[in-house]
Design a binder for this molecule. Structure first.
Ligand code: NAD
Ligand code: GLY
Length: 362
């Protein structure tokens, strides 16, 4: 087992990475539950696979469970409210601990429920997708979607610990696995050129889910994320680099309907657009764009946006991004491999040109 720390003063917490950690694999993760009550929040796809194993580790606790309907389309305030219904019906008090057992959707919703139930209770992240292990379970961003925009309602709320049990990925479908690889590649592009080169050399092993390669990729991803979050917990500045490709990606997810394009797929196409824009501004060598695209293609990820979208739709949806300040669109772009910046430098006309070049309707 490997261990990392997210260093945030009194809100610091560990990330555990290894196989067979959840169900009696030598990690006493239950010690992060402070009180007598706990509530596992999962969904109807993950719960049949892993809920019993988790519940078996919680004997002696007053345990409730909530099984949400699966899918990004259910990442809503209404669905999240069913967690509050369960907690109140079962008389959970402020010393309860919520346990997120699922991918990023469950993690974000459970985390937001924990942030707001009785003005904030503890929670633990038990991520079950690669994307959740390398990104969403770390850093304390929680929330739900609104029909008009992705992740528009939420809170910062850090977990007590994160347990990335790699054996849970054995049941993860190929497409979901690839979507997680998009966020792994992101760390190489934004802040870790040696990791990007390692990925180029190990992408075949990683796609074959080789145990050693997978553990290394999860560890180095979490290490990068923990570092950025420790520098800027509430995204006053630097943390925004974690959103490379996300402004384009969120526009794709919103336009296509939540769940049609997976988050990681939309981010992959968005990263390709952000790299192309960086090249067109003269900031990035075209060779980095070629290498980035080649790596994403090897991972089975899309590098072009949906051709049915048009430029006006893209720009309108991008204008709702949380990085917009006083109407000015800020994007994460690259000034080199591993050197991301947050910038207002790209004009709407330059963004439009990149979109058209990528096949979007003018
Ligand atoms: P997801 O949670 O929808 O999971 C993907 C699919 O895999 C779902 O159908 C899920 O039920 C299923 N699944 C999960 N674990 C499984 C397993 N072990 N075996 C078989 N099936 C399994 O999607 P995701 O990609 O994990 O997360 C995407 C979400 O994360 C988005 O809503 C995105 O906005 C959010 N996100 C949040 C942050 C953050 O910092 N909070 C960062 C990145 C992404
Ligand atoms: N995924 C972006 C962040 O955590 O800040």
């Amino acid at each position: 087992m490997k261990q990392l720390q997210v260093s945030l003063g009194e809100r610091s917490y560990p990330i555990f990475i290894g196989r067979d950690l959840l169900a009696g694999g030598g990690l006493d993760w239950q010690r992060y539950i402070g009180g007598k009550q706990a509530c596992v929040v999962s969904n109807d796809r993950v719960a049949p696979l892993y809920l019993d194993a988790v519940a078996s580790q919680l004997e002696g606790k007053q345990l409730s469970t909530v099984v949400l309907p699966d899918g990004e389309a259910n990442k809503t305030l209404d669905v999240m409210a069913t967690v509050f219904d369960r907690l109140l019906t079962d008389n959970h008090n402020r010393s309860t601990t919520l346990i997120a057992l699922g991918g990023g959707v469950v993690g974000d919703m459970c985390g937001f429920a924990a942030a707001s139930y009785q003005r904030g209770v503890a929670f633990i992240q038990l991520p079950t997708t690669l994307l959740a292990m390398v990104d969403s379970s770390v850093g304390g961003k929680t929330g739900v979607n609104h029909p008009l925009g992705k992740n528009m309602i939420g809170a910062f709320h850090q977990p007590e610990c994160v347990v990335a049990d790699l054996s849970l990925l054995d049941s993860l479908p190929e497409r979901e696995y690839a979507a997680g690889i998009a966020e792994v590649i992101k760390y190489g592009l934004i802040c870790d050129a040696p990791f990007f080169e390692w990925l180029e050399q190990n992408i075949d092993a990683l796609m074959a889910r080789d145990g050693e390669a997978l553990a290394e990729a999860v560890f180095r991803s979490c290490e990068n994320k923990a570092k950025v979050v420790a520098e800027d917990e509430r995204e006053g500045g630097r943390r925004a680099i974690l959103n490379l490709g996300h402004t384009f990606g969120h526009a794709i997810e919103t336009a296509e309907g939540y769940g049609s394009w997976l988050h990681g797929e939309a981010v992959a196409a968005g990263m390709s657009l952000a790299m192309a824009l960086s090249v067109s501004l003269g900031w990035l060598d075209a060779e980095v764009l070629r290498r980035g695209n080649a790596l994403m293609v090897k991972a089975g990820l899309p590098i072009s946006p949906p051709p049915a979208m048009n430029v006006a739709q893209f720009l309108q949806l991008m204008g709702r991004d949380k990085k917009v300040i006083d109407g000015r669109l800020r994007l994460v772009l690259l000034q080199g491999l591993g050197e991301a910046v947050v910038t207002e430098a790209a004009s709407p006309e330059q963004i439009a040109q990149i979109l058209v070049d990528a096949g979007v309707q003018p």
